[in-house]
Design a protein around this ligand. Structure first.
Ligand code: THU
Length: 368
C-alpha cells in the first residue's frame, strides 16, 4: 500500500531555473561581466557551488574579484527579491500534493537545494510548509543524489518503507537516488527523453504531475506495467481546458520572425502523456514547421510507432481560431481517428470539432 509521496522540487513541483539564471547573471554584472543565462543552464542541478564556480571559470574570472561566498550571499538576496509574488508552480503540483493529503497519503519534499531556497520555492508554488509532513534539503545530507541518502532520510522521518513510497523525479540522478532507496519512482517532465528516464530506473513515466488526475491514479499507474500511463478520460472539461492552456503556453515559445503569427499546440496521446509544440519558421519560408507537426514529431520521438492522438488543442491569435492547415491535417490523420477531438482557441474563443469534420477524406496509401 502506498503511504507517502516524495517530491523532488525543481522540475517537478516548480520551475525555478529562469529565476536562478537571472539572479546569477545579475551577480556577474556586479563584476562587469555580461553572462548569458545559457552559461548557467550548463551547471544547474549540481548545487550552488558548481553553478557559480563553473560560470566564473567560463567567464575567465579568477578570485579575487570572484568569490563563491560573495556570489552565494548576493544570489540569496537577489533570488528572494525576484521570486516574490511570482508563480513558478508546475501544472498539477498543487493539486496532487493536496489530493494526496486528502487521501491520507503523507507528503515530503526532497531537494538538493539549500533550505532557504526550498522554502521560497514552496511558497512560490502556492503551497506552504504545512502541506508537507517533512522537508529535506541539501544541507541535511552529505552525499547528494544519485546516492539514496535524501530519500532514505525521508523514509526514516515518515516511518515508511521504500515499497510504501512513490518518488517523483525529473532528473536521471534523482531517479537513481529514489530507486536505490527502494522506492517506486515516477519519472516526470520533458528534460530527458522517456527512454532515458526508463533506463535510469523509472517505474512509470509521465509528462508532468498534471498527467495524474488524482492521488488514486498513482497506484494504477504503477500497477500498469510495463510503464504506461492509464488512458486518460479526455472528454472531461478540465482536461480540455488544460490542453488549451498548454497550447497557449507553447505558443509563447513560437519562432515566427517572418509572419509574426504565433501558433501553439498540445496533444494528449492515448497513453495519457501530454506533448506541446509551436511553429518554427525559417528564412527559406517553405522550410517552416507548423505547431501541429512539431508537436506530433515530439510525440512520436517519445513513444515511437504506437503514438496516437486522443486530443489536439491548437492556440493561435486573432478573432477566430485558426484551423490546422491542410498539410497538418494530413499529418494529424496519420495518428488520429475520425473521432479525435480537435480544440481550436484564439483570444478567449474556443471551438471544438471531431477530426472528421475538418478532414472528412484523408489520403490513405493503397499499394497498387
Ligand atoms: N502555422 C501553423 O503553425 N499551423 C497551421 O496549421 C497553419 C500555419 C504557422 C506556420 C507559419 O509559421 C505561420 O503559422 C504563418 O503561416
Amino acid at each position: 500500500m502506498i503511504k507517502a509521496f516524495l517530491f523532488d522540487m525543481d522540475g517537478v513541483l516548480v520551475e525555478s531555473e529562469e529565476i536562478s539564471a537571472e539572479a546569477g547573471v545579475a551577480y556577474f554584472r556586479t563584476l562587469g561581466k555580461d553572462a548569458s543565462p545559457a552559461v548557467f543552464s550548463r551547471y544547474l542541478g549540481g548545487g550552488d557551488r558548481a553553478f557559480f564556480n563553473g560560470a566564473a571559470s567560463d567567464l575567465g574570472l579568477s578570485s579575487p574579484p570572484y568569490s563563491y561566498e560573495d556570489a552565494a550571499a548576493f544570489f540569496h538576496k537577489e533570488y528572494e527579491r525576484r521570486i516574490r509574488g511570482v508563480d513558478i508552480s508546475l501544472p498539477g503540483a498543487r493539486e496532487l500534493v493536496r489530493s494526496a493529503r486528502k487521501n491520507g497519503i503523507m507528503t515530503a519534499v526532497a531537494s538538493s537545494a539549500e533550505m532557504w531556497k526550498v522554502m521560497l520555492n514552496i511558497e512560490a508554488a502556492g503551497l506552504s510548509p504545512e502541506d508537507f509532513d517533512f522537508i529535506a534539503s541539501g544541507g541535511d545530507i552529505k552525499r547528494n543524489k544519485p546516492f539514496p541518502d535524501i530519500y532514505t532520510l525521508c523514509l526514516v522521518k515518515l516511518g515508511v518503507d521504500g515499497s510504501e513510497a512513490v518518488v517523483f523525479e525529473d532528473s536521471l540522478n534523482g531517479i537513481r537516488s529514489g530507486k536505490r532507496a527502494g522506492c517506486h519512482v515516477v519519472g516526470t517532465g520533458s528534460t530527458f527523453p522517456v527512454t532515458m528516464l526508463e533506463e535510469a530506473g523509472a517505474d512509470a513515466v509521465i509528462s508532468g504531475l498534471d498527467a495524474i488526475l488524482s492521488a488514486e491514479d498513482v497506484s494504477t499507474l504503477l500497477e500498469d506495467k510495463p510503464v504506461r500511463m492509464r488512458r486518460h478520460i479526455i472528454t472531461n472539461e478540465a482536461e480540455k481546458k488544460r490542453a488549451v492552456s498548454l497550447a497557449h503556453k507553447a505558443r509563447e515559445k513560437a519562432y515566427a520572425p517572418y509572419s509574426g503569427f504565433k501558433v501553439g499546440a498540445a496533444v494528449v496521446s492515448s497513453s495519457g502523456r501530454i506533448y506541446t509544440g509551436c511553429n518554427v519558421e525559417n528564412s527559406s519560408y517553405g522550410a517552416t514547421i507548423c505547431a501541429e507537426r512539431n508537436v506530433i514529431t515530439t510525440g512520436v520521438a517519445a513513444e515511437g510507432r504506437g503514438f496516437s492522438i486522443d486530443m489536439i488543442a491548437v492556440a493561435s491569435e486573432g478573432e477566430s481560431p485558426a484551423p490546422p492547415c491542410a498539410v497538418c491535417l494530413q499529418v494529424i490523420a496519420e495518428f488520429a481517428s475520425p473521432d479525435t477531438l480537435v480544440i481550436l482557441s484564439a483570444s478567449g474563443k474556443v471551438e471544438e470539432y471531431r477530426f472528421r469534420e475538418l478532414l472528412p477524406k484523408p489520403f490513405v496509401l493503397t499499394r497498387i
